[in-house]
Ligand binder design. Structure first.
Ligand code: MN
Ligand code: MN
Length: 301
C-alpha cells in the first residue's frame, strides 16, 4: 500500500479544511469592495475560519495589483480598497495540521478592466487540475498552466510555484511550476498539492518588496522564553501574521527571536505588471484530482 494513502478519518479532515477554506475565500472575495479596510477584510476571513472550528494555516493574503503574493495587513494598516484594484484573496485553513490553501482574484468595484488576467489565471488552474492523476509528470501540469495563460497573450510568473502539502507543512518539498521545463517530478496517489497559476501583463518574474507582515518559526524555540513558547504552541511552523501576536510580551519576544524566524517579503511583479492568481488544493485521487477547496455543492472549480 502506498504510504501516502491516508486513512478515511484523516482524509475527512483534509476535505473539511478544504471546504472551510473555500467558504473563507468566497467571503473574502465578497468583502473586497471599494472603501473596505484591508485589515477588516483580513480579520473577517480569519475569524470565519476560526468560527468554523479550523485555524488559519497562514494569514489572509490580500495582495494588490503588482503585488503578486505575501501581503497581509499590519495591525495599523488603515488603507482601503479602491475601485479597479486587482486583489488576490489567498486564504488557508487547517484542522489538526491538515491544510487547505486556495486563492482567487477580484477586481474591486467590478470594473472588468482586468478580466483577461483573472480569466487567464482561472483557466490555467482548470487546465492544470485536468492533468492531475497518479504517475503524471508535473511538467505536463506546468505546460498546461503556461499554455492557458499564454493563449490570452499574458505571461505566467515563472518563479512562483504551486507545492505539495503535508501535515503542518504548507510547502512540503515538491514544486508545481507554472512554466514547463523546471521539474522531473511525478505525482503519486494520495498526495495533496496546491496548483496556483499567476498571470501577468508584466515580465513574468518577481522581485522582493518590503516586509509583508508575515513570519514563520523555522524550528521549535524551546521553553526558555514563555511568550515565545506560547506563540510556537499556536502557530507551530506555519506562517503567521505579526498582528496575531497581540500581547505586549509576545510582540517583544518576536523582536528578540527575529533570527529564528523566517520573514516574508511581499513578492512584486518585476516589471510592475498587474497580477492575477487562482489556486486550489487538490488530492491526487486514484484516477483524477479531487478538488478539496471547491465550495461544497458548487460543482467544483
Ligand atoms: Mn500555495
Ligand atoms: Mn495560497
Amino acid at each position: 500500500m502506498n504510504a501516502l494513502l491516508r486513512p478515511p478519518s484523516e482524509l475527512e479532515r483534509w476535505r473539511e479544511a478544504g471546504a472551510i477554506a473555500a467558504r473563507a475565500r468566497a467571503l473574502g472575495l465578497r468583502l473586497t469592495v471599494p472603501g473596505a479596510k484591508r485589515r477588516d477584510v483580513a480579520e473577517a476571513i480569519e475569524s470565519f475560519v476560526r468560527e468554523q472550528g479550523a485555524e488559519p494555516a497562514f494569514p489572509a493574503n490580500l495582495s494588490r495589483n503588482d503585488e503578486a503574493a505575501h501581503y497581509t495587513p499590519s495591525a495599523d494598516d488603515d488603507a482601503v480598497f479602491e475601485v479597479g484594484d486587482l486583489v488576490k484573496v489567498d486564504v488557508g485553513a487547517h484542522l489538526d495540521g491538515a491544510i487547505a490553501d486556495t486563492a482567487d482574484t477580484v477586481e474591486v468595484g467590478g470594473t472588468h478592466r482586468h478580466e483577461n488576467l483573472v480569466r487567464a489565471a482561472r483557466e490555467g488552474l482548470r487546465e492544470g487540475i485536468a492533468r492531475v492523476r497518479p504517475g503524471v509528470r508535473v511538467d505536463e501540469i506546468s505546460r498546461a498552466v503556461a499554455s492557458a495563460i499564454r493563449a490570452r497573450g499574458l505571461r505566467p510568473i515563472e518563479d512562483l510555484t504551486g507545492h505539495s502539502i503535508e501535515r503542518y507543512l504548507l510547502h512540503a518539498g515538491k514544486s508545481i511550476p507554472n512554466v514547463p521545463g523546471m521539474t522531473a517530478a511525478t505525482l503519486e496517489e494520495g498526495e495533496v498539492i496546491a496548483i496556483e497559476p499567476f498571470a501577468t501583463n508584466g515580465v513574468g518574474r518577481i522581485a522582493n518588496g518590503p516586509f509583508g507582515n508575515i513570519a514563520r518559526f523555522r524550528r521549535d524555540p524551546g521553553l526558555g522564553d514563555p511568550a515565545l513558547a506560547r506563540l510556537f504552541g499556536r502557530f507551530r511552523t506555519l506562517p503567521f501574521a505579526m498582528r496575531w501576536a497581540d500581547a505586549p510580551d509576545e510582540r517583544a519576544a518576536l523582536r528578540r527571536a527575529r533570527r529564528g524566524l523566517q520573514t516574508y517579503p511581499v513578492f512584486l511583479e518585476r516589471g510592475g505588471g498587474l497580477v492575477a492568481q487562482a489556486e486550489h488544493t487538490v488530492l491526487v485521487g486514484a484516477a483524477r484530482a479531487e478538488v478539496l477547496s471547491a465550495v461544497p455543492g458548487n460543482g467544483g472549480p
